[in-house]
Design a protein around this ligand. Structure first.
Ligand code: PRX
Length: 653
């Protein structure tokens, strides 16, 4: 972590977009005043606020205490019993049994629509199968699937019987899968014969076979038939899903589970190589995702909601599966790549199903920008009423493009800040209430006490950068790191006294809006001025010739750190720059004009792609090592395209 207090913030963004009047009047929280009232109410008595939210849901036993806080351990709704799967499915059967719960489209163009009734039955059936296979409350089940309905069904079935799921992203390697299975001690693995990605089959079952070879806890493997390809089946261990469910009852009464019963483990990268198993529990997580989905996406009965995240990430857990289903909404799920067979696939899906709410990541938006607006222009996107982003700071350039080209200038954008650890959205505009500023996640949601502070916990004045913290526990917070409570306490609750430390740097402006500047370990210190790498990147991306940029620090004798920028230029005939000395000079000058001489990159390297994790985050750690001229070390299991690394290294020589 960086030393000292402030992080110099240099990004200036003055545009403000009020919620459109028609949107505001029809929304759940229709004005900034109403938001403020709710926020103040929650501040006066946070426990009463959360208890009020929780009463919307069904409980088999009431709580005796809303919050039991023994820092750093929180217990929410203690004494209560409930079931998440029941609240996602059974609760809606009487009122919306025949409404579409899940609209699924496979990459080859096949589709399935499951109503609440059907999803309920499939879930009950699979819950019964899990029980037959010997899975019991508290047992861990690894789910390693493509984006198919069975992924959601398996999660809901685990939650139904009280098994703890650990979804592992289908793009991870066999080794990464094995590490996660072993860390969690999973008893059963749910996988598929394969999945489709960019027209090719991803051989998931083969990866499971390799992983399970050295994963002694695994007793059974359940295989979804997706591609129909022949795969090796180990007798006694492996069975096909469709054979297992045959003739099994579609009735199952959801288990009544204690509020703090562990719901899932989800692995996320830390600053060290070993991934951390973030643990979420039942009731608090349920209350958090239920209320944030409703408020932030302003869900209405006729919405068709699409979050493009994979279920292998927390966004897929909270905002593809649990949040929308808790609200009785229709959630869209797409199996494949956004550019298959052509770069308009997502726009085609929006057009086809009349999607009204679309939630994606800035990295995807920048790819769409690079592909060009001719692709969305081929389709009718008039059904859209709300757009969202998550995962990283969005540069104002991409925000404006998203608003104009995808949102037709009429849809509010919710820039939602949160983490795997927070379980649910923490800071975001409410679309009918909060005026938005491109690049800001605006203000915390009611009940969430966020602050920007120095290392000793003192709030910093408006405009000044500092550490982003949460001052109070919230229901959907992580409870521990699986098998390592000490790491939990150390990583999250010891950097800033009395606060949960997010690992992010941020500033707040005079309107109380939060501007997240990225991880504090992505901060560069140049001649005593600390700069958020995102701000320099944002300036570079604002240049019309630049598609994408990543900025890292390199040790420098004179200035402490020098700024190295890795830049991808836009291709095609409209391109205004060719990689080379002239382009380098032009971009340096551009950054100087945008931010000031302090941010001028010392070195700009052109590359045709940046190394990214499979979730699309730029791997700055690797770029730092390349910039410093060293070897790359550590865990690269999350790297999307390892060849890029090799090329960057080769350029270095
Ligand atoms: O640095 C912040 C960034 O993503 C981190 C959390 O990553 P992860 O646990 O993978 O979860 C991603 C999906 C919730 C944060 O610490 N981040 C996430 N959303 C935003 C963001 N940074 C800026 N603005 C956001 N909206």
């Amino acid at each position: 972590m960086s030393q000292g207090a402030g992080i110099d913030s240099i990004l200036k963004e003055n545009r403000v977009f009020a919620p459109p009047h028609e949107f505001a009047v029809a929304s759940r929280v229709p004005s900034l005043e109403r938001y403020q009232e709710l926020y103040d109410l929650a501040e006066r008595d946070p426990e009463a606020y959360w208890a009020g939210v929780a009463l919307d849901l069904r409980w088999t036993k009431p709580w005796t205490q809303v919050l039991d806080w023994q820092p750093p351990s929180a217990r929410w709704f203690d004494g209560a019993e409930t079931n998440l799967s029941h609240n996602c499915l059974d609760r809606h059967l009487a009122t919306r049994g025949n409404r579409a719960a899940l609209i699924w489209e496979g990459e080859p163009g096949d589709a399935r629509i499951l109503t609440y009734q059907q999803l309920h039955r499939e879930t009950c059936r699979f819950a019964n199968v899990l029980l037959r296979l010997g899975v019991r409350q508290g047992d861990r089940v690894a789910i390693y699937l493509p984006m198919v309905p069975e992924a959601a069904i398996a999660m809901l079935a685990c939650a139904r019987i009280g098994a703890v799921h650990s979804v592992v992203f289908g793009g991870f390697s066999a080794e990464a899968l094995r590490d996660r299975i072993n860390d969690a001690g999973a008893k059963l693995v749910v996988t598929a014969d394969g999945g489709y990605r960019r027209g090719k089959v991803v051989a998931l079952k083969a990866a499971v076979d390799a992983a399970v070879e050295r994963a002694p806890s695994v007793e059974r493997v359940v295989v979804v038939r997706r591609t129909g390809d022949k795969v090796a089946m180990e007798p006694g261990r492996d069975s096909y899903w469709h054979e297992l469910v045959e003739g099994v009852s579609d009735k199952h009464e959801a288990a009544s589970l204690p509020a703090e019963h562990p719901l899932f483990i989800l692995y996320t990268s830390g600053t060290t190589g070993k991934p951390k198993g973030i643990v979420h529990t039942t009731a608090g997580y349920m209350v958090g995702v239920y209320s944030t989905t409703q408020m932030v996406f302003d869900l209405k009965d006729n919405d068709t909601y699409w979050c493009t995240a994979d279920v292998g990430w927390v966004t897929g857990h909270s905002y593809v599966v649990y949040g929308p289903l808790l609200n009785g909404a229709t959630t869209v799920m797409y199996e494949g790549a956004p550019d298959f067979p052509e770069q308009d696939r997502l726009w085609k899906i929006i057009d086809k199903y009349d999607v009204t709410i679309f939630y994606t990541a800035p990295t995807a938006i920048r790819a769409f920008m690079r592909w060009g607006e001719q692709w969305p222009m081929r389709h009718d996107l008039a059904s859209l009423r709300l757009l969202g982003t998550v995962g990283e700071p969005i540069n104002p350039e991409a925000w404006m493009w998203y608003r104009q080209v995808i949102g037709g200038g009429r849809c509010p954008i919710v820039d939602t800040w949160w983490q795997t650890e927070t379980g649910a959205i923490m800071c975001s505009p409410l679309p009918g209430a909060t005026p938005t500023k491109p690049g800001s996640c605006t203000r915390p949601l009611p009940g969430i006490a966020m602050d920007v502070v120095t290392r000793d916990g003192t709030p910093v004045p408006p405009g000044q950068g500092g550490l982003l913290v949460v001052r109070r526990p919230w229901p959907s917070m992580l409870r521990t790191v699986w098998g390592d409570p000490e790491r939990y306490a150390r990583t999250y609750w010891s950097d800033v006294p009395g606060c949960y430390f997010t690992g992010d740097g941020a500033r707040r402006d005079e309107d109380g809006y939060f501007w997240v500047m990225g991880r504090v370990d992505d901060v560069i210190n140049v001649a005593g001025h600390r700069l958020g790498t995102m701000e320099v990147e944002s300036a570079l991306v604002a240049h019309p010739a630049v598609a994408e940029a990543a900025v890292v620090g390199r040790p420098d004798d004179l200035k402490g750190q020098a700024i190295v920028a890795f830049v991808t230029l836009k291709g095609g005939t409209g391109a205004r720059l060719e990689p080379g000395e002239d382009a380098r000079k032009a971009l340096m000058a551009h950054v100087v004009t945008e931010i000031g001489a302090i941010a001028r990159p010392d070195d700009i390297r052109f590359t045709d792609a940046l190394p990214k994790t499979r979730s699309g985050k730029i791997m700055r750690r690797l770029l730092k090592e390349i910039a410093a001229g060293g070897e790359t070390k550590g865990d690269t299991s999350t790297l999307e395209d390892i060849s890029i690394l090799a090329r960057l290294r080769a350029d270095d020589e």
